[in-house]
Design a protein. Sequence first.
Length: 572
Amino acid sequence: MRRIALAVQAAALTAALVAGWGWSEAAVAADPTTATGGLAAVVASDPPSTSEAPGGAQTEGTAAEEPPGAGPETEAPATEAPATEAPATEAPETEAPETPAPTKAPASRSAVPEASVAPLDSAKAGSAIAPFADGAVRLSGADRYGTALAVSGRYSPGVPVVYVVTGADFPDALSAAPAAASVGGPVLLTPGGALLPAVSAEIVRLKPARIVVVGGEAILSSAVFSALQKLAPSVVRLSGANRYDTSARVVADAFRAASEAFIATGRSYPDALAASAAAGADGIPVLLVDGAAGAASTTAVSTLRALGVKTVRIAGGTAVVSSATASAFARAGFSVVRHAGPDRYLTAEAVNDAIFGSMDTPAVFLATGNGFADALAGSALAGATGAPLYLSQTACIPPLIESAIRTHEPSTRVVLGGTGALRAPVAAGTPCVLAWAKPANGRITDNFGPRDPICTPGGCTGSFHRGVDLGTGCRANVVAAASGRVTIAGPYGTYGNFIKIDHGTGTDTAYAHLVDGGVLVKVGQLVTKGQRIGLSGTTGASTGCHLHFEVYRNGSQVDPVPFLEVRGIRLG
């Protein structure tokens, strides 16, 4: 495990990165090591992402009993991009995370056939990586191949390994990024039929001890392999009967031992990419599985056992890696924990939260959520530098992602790809405008503002009503007013059964007096706008079934009625 080592790694990078927070894209020009090639569109031709599968008086708590976590929060930038609601089809897993087991001594690696050339020792240090200037640094080229070259340009000559993958499709390449991060080399893309001259020139500059070609001859031709054999003393091809076998061979070749491993579906790319940088930073592999199979393949289980893996981390919801598949790995003897959000952006956030938490990192990386190529090359560099990689929409950053980025207090935001992939507002740190929904139906029975205290067997209220009451009746559906992360879910003083959601950019909402058994989410869960989170009731200091709804801005309650009205939602 390298999680503790991340702090040391971060400290080393911080020596080269002066602390600060600059989001101006002008900082790109100040970085002399940023590759040339302009800010041309990089992945405009990428196919749409497929990660998400088709997944009387009524009273409330006193002011003295505000929910925890109501302190000041970071104010969002004044300028916000138009809202773009992300798809919401993946259902997050509901089981509680399990405690990772201690590292086991390395086991035999004979479960997966070895390459004909001895694998590189993953403990060997990689080459030096050029430090980033403060602010926004964009790594891009004229196309996906040029962007990968710009990323590779950060590595100094003498790298232990270069991974070469196809730029045309994702399956064989997805496991390469964490492997490259682990052994300290870059990932380069090339067309399958011929090695690009620019890629050849970059490999000459890098002077690698070894080249790993990922995929069979149908993916990267014999002509590509032959050209590469002239560029390094050791060149090996890793391929299998299918993408899952290829992934297992890459993992077995690059890793000697690991107490944990990520698994992700091999049917689509976003979740595996989300895990790649985090896995690379933590020194653990990403293994592709058929998430719809409902089984743990013999190859996958053998590969993980050979490394001494105890804990399997699933990247993605049950729509992409089924509950049956998760159960199969559990039956095989692994502790299983799932990291998932309702869409690809929040799945990436869930993965990063699990590995990095609120750790300060000198840099964060951003890649488009609508294509694989930029993140594929960039995640290896992110992992090697101990930095998280987040997925972003093209024109703006999802608010919860923007909020998560700020918790790391990075000096540098590395933007992968040209402005056709991630536009200037993303480089500037601009969050998307939140999309809102009515939290429940029902007339307004009490407004925000002063009122006489009311006492019930559930407690006494204060003299200021800090929300609005909606006469929903009993056991009516309560939905999340906007996408976000659940920070409180359960009984809370005179609020009764209570839910609070952090939406990022300094905005929270709260839902009180839910019926017993009517809290349908858990702390840490990521929810989407309009998702059912609870059932109305009359718990706590309440005299009848209703929903007490609150809105917080930077830690202070504000009147929900005008707040939502200017956002197109009318309560009552």
